[in-house]
Design a protein around this ligand. Structure first.
Ligand SMILES: [Zn+2]
Length: 264
């Protein structure tokens, strides 16, 4: 009788408990790199005014495409390796981790679940971006740095997906809303969220940070240019060509931004 109890306990334990984030970092160099880069990206995003006390960045687990890493619910500027939680694609914390998670982890699970070409997602509320989700004026690339915006960023209207009441708390707080956000993003890499903020995606952490920083700068430049008169946007051809050229060089600003936060 005693032996049966022990073996059942062992089975249950091995079923629910995969390796912790720390253990995976020790066993797999790619996981270690991804988690350490994720921590650094949190600090860079704060330093670059892309996030404040709110906002977050995730990365898909390089050892398991069906899970991702995201900090527990703390301000990005103070995130440490110990704060990183592993989630499944429904936004459920793994490894028995019961620490408080970001309520909007479904932004990350929704996009990562629906977009296998995206490995890193950023969400924030940077103020230069917000008017473009409110007014019907499209956020479009005004220069080469933000060429990835293509022919303009789509706008997620949460009222169209909220059930049964369209008046929500504005939070993407369920898998269904995460799916709806991802559908609105379509095959693009940036989506505005009306009355809330933005979500960015890319195949790497560095590229997601790069796109976020320059999408915000684009919003500031576009708003200034619109006060002066008719704005010339990049044509779709210019956007496609310059996206390819500029995104080969993202290691350079990443180095600059990393040095800044490491020296603080
Ligand atoms: Zn938010």
């Amino acid at each position: 009788m005693k032996r049966t109890f022990i073996s059942l306990t062992f089975l249950v334990a091995t079923h629910v408990s995969a390796a912790s984030v720390q253990e995976q970092m020790e066993q797999n160099a790619a996981v270690k790199t991804a988690v350490e880069e994720l921590v650094l990206a949190n600090h860079i995003l704060y330093d670059q005014n892309a996030v404040d006390g709110y906002g977050h960045i995730s990365v898909r687990n390089p050892a398991n495409p069906n899970t991702f890493f995201l900090a527990r619910s703390v301000a990005p500027s103070v995130v440490k390796v110990d704060d990183i939680i592993e989630f499944d694609m429904n936004g459920k914390a793994l490894n028995g981790d019961t620490r408080t998670a970001y309520g909007e982890r479904f932004i990350h699970s929704g996009i990562l679940r629906n977009r296998p070409d995206i490995n890193s997602v950023i969400h924030g509320h940077a103020s230069p971006i917000l008017p473009y989700g409110l007014t019907g004026t499209a956020l479009k690339p005004v220069y080469h740095m933000s060429a990835f915006l293509g022919e303009g960023a789509p706008v997620f209207e949460i009222r169209n997906f909220a059930k049964p009441n369209p008046d929500t708390d504005m939070f993407v707080s369920s898998s269904d809303l995460g799916d709806a956000l991802s559908q609105t993003m379509g095959l693009q890499y940036f989506v505005l969220m009306r009355g809330h903020g933005y979500a960015t995606g890319a195949d790497s952490i560095k590229k997601a940070v790069f796109r976020t920083v320059y999408a915000i700068q684009n919003a500031s430049i576009q708003s200034e240019a619109m006060k002066m008169g008719q704005v010339q946007y990049l044509t779709p051809g210019e956007a496609a060509n310059s996206k390819e050229t500029i995104e080969k060089t993202i290691g350079r600003p990443w180095q600059l931004w990393s040095e800044r936060v490491k020296n603080q």
